[in-house]
Design a protein around this ligand. Sequence first.
Ligand SMILES: [Zn+2]
Length: 562
Amino acid sequence: MAKTVSRRARASTRLKQLNYRARARIYLKDPLEAERNPRLYGNVVVSRDSLITTGPTSSRFIVIDYDPQTDRVERPARSKLVTAGTEKMLEFPYRRGSPQEAQVNAWATAIDTLDLFQQALALGREVPWAFEGSRLRILPHASCEPNAFYNRDTRALHFGYFYDAKGRIIKTSLSHDVIAHETAHAVLDGLRPFYLDAHEPDTGAFHEFIGDLAAMLSLFRDSRTVVEVAQGDNFGDLVSSLAPQVGAGLYGKADRNFLRSARNTLTYGEVRDVVEVHKRSQVLTGFAFDVFEAIYHLRLEERKRKAKGPLTRRDRVAALLVAARRNMVRLFVRPLDFLPPGSITFYEYVDVLLRLDERQYPNDPLGYRREIRRVARARGVLPPSSWKRPPEISNRDLLLRDINQIRSSRVGAYRFINANRPLLGIPEHVDFRVVALAKNLRESDDGVIPPPETFIQYVWDQYVDAAPAGMKDECLVLRPGGTLVVDDNVNVQFWTPQFYDEPRVTQVMGHVQRLLGVREVDTVPRRHTRSDRLVEALREQPSGALALRLNTSLMHRERGRS
Ligand SMILES: [Zn+2]
């Protein structure tokens, strides 16, 4: 008996010993910015993980470095145990310019991006991937082309490299913005797998927006970048210009030295018929950037009132920290858990964002909501006055209110939803299914720990005749449903139902027709080869209906054109 205990004790000590943090030297923006400002290249610390090892590999990511251009498998970066202060830490030393540099850089940046979503201030829970298994693959030298993408089927982030006009190599796996953007695609796919469906134009654009938002917000997770941004005269240049080195490599430094700018003036009205997802996404990215700037200025004014003197750099850093690390994360990232599962429009997202803010701050004490509404109105993304919010659900009317049963499994949650069909507006005859069930543990941005929330996502299939879009004898499948959020007493905290009524189906048909018009739909089913169209039509079994899916491997090659 004594022997068993001591063996267990030894094992537990061993586990503690293996549970290290890791230190990695990375580009906080990219090699071009680091050349201009050496402070933007430095060490970051990756959170504690018992599975960090050669690769680098950790519990959620694995780097696989095969370069198909040279047909070489590069040696994986090896860890070394070092002492930093009083703490023992893992480190991955590498030579600058070596393949290992790209391995470590992409790995550490991806971990940090996942953390941006999972942290207690945002979702407050672990996000699953959209595929079986806990590790997302990172391919730092995936191809010789100016492209980077996430792909669910390969379970990987593919980072390409290319050469600029002067013959210098540019690796997308060294660009913070590109890595954060692609990791965010994977995170959103894990949270809302149907958002890769392409029957509504905003959904793909929303994917792009979340990618750019993650690139923008994860920059602020490092204090050095916060200081750099705060001392620059022009707030936000570093933030709003996305992937400057990749952009310069592609277009030269003329008048266009970055891929996309969050600082734009596009409105929703201007992109209403635009099929291309990046162009469309810029409306929401611009909206988020405007809100960020507005909140930053509100915080500065508040400090001015308190300080009664001129603002110092420290004031600006503090205002930026709160605005970027707390307020923006709460306002823009937290809504992800409350969105409907099937698809998303800009109005639906902005409405959830506003509803959550109203719930937390009914009186808008800092004036944030007033600013958000002003900016949203200017961008054209404020839901119109005719917008109908879902009806309130009275908790007294809910049946089978047993949180343990609901949380026990998707079947348990199904029983609860099924018992309340009439209240939730689920038609009697449809065979709905619970597609996700999760519980969070959060911290709100004013430091309070709110009670946990349980999220239930349910959808059903709605088949619509695709003839109006120009597809004869074909049916399209849409996914109406909803997200229901309850507390531990099964009181409804939030509900976002989604229905496809006549007008919405007509809009879907209009969009599909436009996609067909620009020949962006691939109707030939393929396996193991990449389609060269933006949208693939996949035939579902056993219904035989078509589901339109975005081809993520092509989404970013399109970038050059936008
Ligand atoms: Zn993207």
